[in-house]
Design a protein around this ligand. Structure first.
Ligand code: MGD
Ligand code: MGD
Ligand code: SF4
Ligand code: MO
Length: 734
């Protein structure tokens, strides 16, 4: 018997943890975290530990699929599929123009730079700008706020330097969202031991909230009031960094005036939090010398995401919490070249209103991308420019987009849907082709994505010049016909006689990045490694050097001191952006939220430790822990409604209703029902709350209460009412 232990960069989510897979006689077995790894320190999660099982799951496609005339699906050779799809795309473009072909990049397209770069190059080659991603149905406020406020070139301090951390509607211990870095629970433990204070704003007592010094268990959707309230307290009590603001920011007087109405009494009443606790939180944050703020999906999806993220940045500026002159930038870049370490901002830039225009609701290209929340309408609206074909790269619109009923209509209206997916997803089950792709364990991978994310907010990415690259660990199953996503885009471009020019992700400066784009040789197919060389062209440490370190490595990249603002520099941060100040004034003018007679509850989004979006719920190792997605309810609400733990409840919004199993959860704020997203089935499929769960996207409208710029509709804090459907035997709690 031969035994072997092989390292792998996990790509089951964006965190890219360093895992080890044990092999016995070539067969993969146990998967665990690598305790010797300098960035992750042995961290792994239940989802990542399934990687060795995924290739052989019955739900894992071994061949690409093509829809037949009778609606059934039959296997098709992947190279044949590429030719047929290319021909259909050509016919659609000939009839309707290039704009009729759209690309949707979901999480497994976003997380895979090789796939993404070839898909983008293909879209450019056919002449379509209709590129959408999941970012605009996720936390689009982040990019919008960067535009309105302006980026700080030097970036932010690292987790181990903060005296305080504010988390708003994010639970990084479970989600690995920004805020705590890699191995988040350990990071938090170490930081708190050192004296860091934690403030959490969340309607749920999350894993992070349990560890917090102050938890404001606020009413969902009222984060702007709390954040504006913090600014007001800091200004009034002299807790702002006036010298930093005078030197580096415009708009202070406008901000001061706009936050004035948000007195502690108003905040307490609006957000439903204790006034004294709110003040204590404001003061804890207000005296911290260094610190950070991270907001997440909850705060971005409940109606005012841009404003929330704008305050995340503006509060950071009020406290001067950016990486300042003389401080050390500890990760000067391995696979990604960061912005120059200068203590200055180039100033704000347009966040929307440029580039491609949608034909619906006056929406445009934005800093977060084209508004995916309106893509169903773009597909359904007849006329010049109507979308006829949709390429889904590692995404699942049917379970993830808001307004599932309209999404369903839109998908059925398309002439061509192509999914790149290892499973026959809910979207694939409406689509025309699914290209069956290789899994991370069957492909070369690296940590470039996580390093890339590190440039966009505190507690993302690596605080060391760390990188890892791993080769494929095992062959694809015998008899299978599986490809990497880029191979199909390459084959389609070849068929259409179009050249591909592939961008690099390694250089953030868009002008400089252009010089490092690669013209792909369309006569000789690149290798998997060539593709990584292209998409990481210009990396501070060449990709071939990083490939020599399959166990991960801290590279000899010198930390750099942040340089002072150059003489005559004009750019300044903007903390009083008129659009944001107007939004705040609108909130100040609203009546206080009171009981909603028709829809008294709010469905709030949350993540589960044992599930990632719509992915692999059927994996036995996950299903054992999480057989369905419950509706987590406060026991007092359950008692008032006569609902017992394990009853099936109907959750009804103005749009539609879903069925979920009620689970008693004292950690959920009364009046809220926490349900995770991307479960359930298509509206015309049988759905069992004990197996598929309900789809929260079905509860929302995409064309009501949407953000006027990014188009994101309300996806958390959705007004609903509840009713018991059936009594069942008590369930075991997970
Ligand atoms: N109500 C509500 N709606 C939400 C959210 C919420 O919190 N509440 N969250 C939103 C957010 S943050 C996001 S990011 C979106 C997610 O939106 P999507 O990215 O569209 O959804 P996923 O479920 O992540 O889709 C991933 C698809 O990729 C496939 N896949 C799995 N592994 C691989 C792989 O290795 N390669 C490829 N090519 N495909 C793979 C899966 O089978 C699945 O079909 O959903 C959004 N929807
Ligand atoms: N285990 C696991 N990890 C994941 C994912 C997953 O599905 N499972 N998905 C990945 C994806 S695509 C993303 S984008 C990230 C997201 O990462 P996070 O944004 O950290 O996602 P959640 O853990 O759902 O945290 C959102 C929190 O917002 C709270 N909330 C809901 N509404 C409101 C509100 O109006 N205001 C405030 N203040 N809080 C509110 C919820 O109670 C919840 O605790 O996670 C990623 N990681
Ligand atoms: S957190 Fe994400 S990357 Fe890390 S082991 Fe879990 S699934 Fe894999
Ligand atoms: Mo996401």
């Amino acid at each position: 018997m031969t035994q072997d232990r092989k390292p792998i960069v996990c790509r089951v989510c964006h965190a890219q943890c360093a895992l080890l897979v044990d092999f016995e006689d070539g067969q993969p077995g146990a998967v665990h975290g690598d305790k010797t790894n300098p960035a992750y320190h042995g961290y792994s999660c239940i989802k990542g530990r399934q990687i060795a099982d995924l290739p052989y799951l019955p739900s894992r496609l071994r061949h690409s699929l093509k829809r037949q005339d009778d609606g059934s699906y039959a296997p098709i050779a992947s190279d044949q599929a590429a030719l047929e799809i290319a021909d259909r795309i050509r016919a659609i473009i000939d009839e309707h123009g290039p704009r009729s072909v759209a690309l949707y990049i979901g999480t497994f397209g976003y997380n895979n730079f090789g796939a993404q770069a070839f898909a983008l190059a293909f879209m450019e080659a056919i002449g379509s700008k209709m590129v959408f991603t999941s970012v605009t149905i996720d936390q689009p406020g982040k990019a919008v706020a960067t535009g309105l406020h302006g980026p700080w070139l030097a970036g932010v301090p690292m987790v181990d330097e903060w005296d305080a951390l504010l988390l708003v509607g994010t639970n990084p211990i479970v989600s690995m969202n920004g805020g705590l870095g890699m191995n988040p629970a350990r990071r938090l433990y170490e930081a708190q031991k050192r004296g860091m204070k934690l403030v959490v704003v969340d309607p749920r007592v999350t894993d992070c909230a349990r560890e917090a010094d102050i938890h404001l268990q606020a009413r969902p959707g009222e984060d702007p009031a709390i954040l504006a309230g913090f600014a007001r307290v800091w200004i009034e009590e002299g807790l702002i960094d006036t010298a930093f603001i005078a030197d580096n920011a415009d708009g202070f007087e406008a901000l001061k005036a706009a936050v004035a109405p948000f007195t502690p009494d108003v905040v307490a009443a609006r957000a439903g939090v204790d006034r004294a606790k709110f003040l204590e939180a404001a003061r804890i944050l207000g005296v911290a010398k260094t610190g950070a703020i991270s907001a997440g999906t909850g705060a971005n999806m409940s109606g005012r995401g841009n404003l929330v993220e704008y305050f995340v940045k503006s509060l950071t500026t009020l406290r001067g919490w950016w990486l300042r002159e003389g401080a050390m930038k500890r990760n000067a870049g391995v696979l990604i070249e960061p912005a120059p370490a200068i203590a200055a901002s180039p100033g704000p830039m347009p966040a929307w209103g440029f580039g491609e225009k949608l034909r619906v609701r006056g929406l445009t290209e934005t800093m977060a991308g084209l508004p995916t929340g309106a893509l169903a309408d773009e597909i359904l609206t007849p006329g010049e420019g109507q979308i006829k074909a949709l390429i889904c790269l590692g995404g699942n619109p049917m379970l993830a987009w808001p307004d599932q009923l309209k999404t369903h209509e839109a998908m059925k209206a398309l002439d061509l849907i192509v999914c790149f997916d290892p499973r026959h997803s809910a979207t694939g089950r409406i689509g025309h082709y699914t290209i069956a792709v290789k899994l991370p364990i069957e492909t070369e991978g690296n940590t470039a994505l996580n390093e890339f994310l590190g440039n966009f907010g505190p507690g993302w990415g690596f605080d060391l010049p760390y990188a890892q690259a791993t080769p494929p660990l095992m062959p694809t199953p015998p008899g299978s016909d599986l490809v990497e996503e880029w191979e199909t885009f390459y084959a389609m471009a070849q068929r259409l006689g179009l050249p591909l020019r592939v961008k690099t992700f390694s250089i953030l400066d868009p002008v400089r990045a252009k010089e490092f784009a690669t013209n792909v040789d369309m006569t000789r197919k690149p290798t998997e490694t060539d593709v990584w060389r292209m998409v990481l062209n210009g990396a501070p440490i060449p990709y071939d050097e990083v490939r020599k370190h399959p166990n991960g490595h801290v590279f000899d990249v010198q930390a750099v001191p942040v340089r002072p603002k150059p003489e005559g520099w004009v750019g300044k941060l903007q903390i009083g952006a008129p659009t944001m100040m107007r939004e705040l004034a609108d909130i100040a003018a609203l009546p206080l939220p009171d009981a909603d007679a028709v829809f008294p509850f709010r469905v709030i989004s949350r993540r589960l430790q044992d599930a990632h979006n719509s992915n692999w719920h059927e994996a036995p190792g996950l299903r054992r822990r999480r057989p369905y997605n419950p509706a987590f309810m406060n026991p007092d609400d359950m008692a008032a409604l006569g609902v017992a733990h394990g009853d099936v409840v109907e959750v009804e919004s103005a749009r539609a209703s879903i069925r979920c199993v009620a689970e008693a959860a004292p950690d959920v704020r009364a009046g809220c029902v926490a349900i995770t997203h991307a479960w359930g089935a298509n509206p015309d499929e049988k759905e069992d709350p004990h197996v598929d769960g309900g789809n929260t996207g079905r509860l929302s409208y995409n064309d009501r209460d949407f953000d006027p710029y990014t188009g994101i509709p309300i996806m958390s804090a959705i007004p609903v009412r509840l009713r018991i459907v059936s009594k069942t035997a008590p369930l075991q709690t997970a």
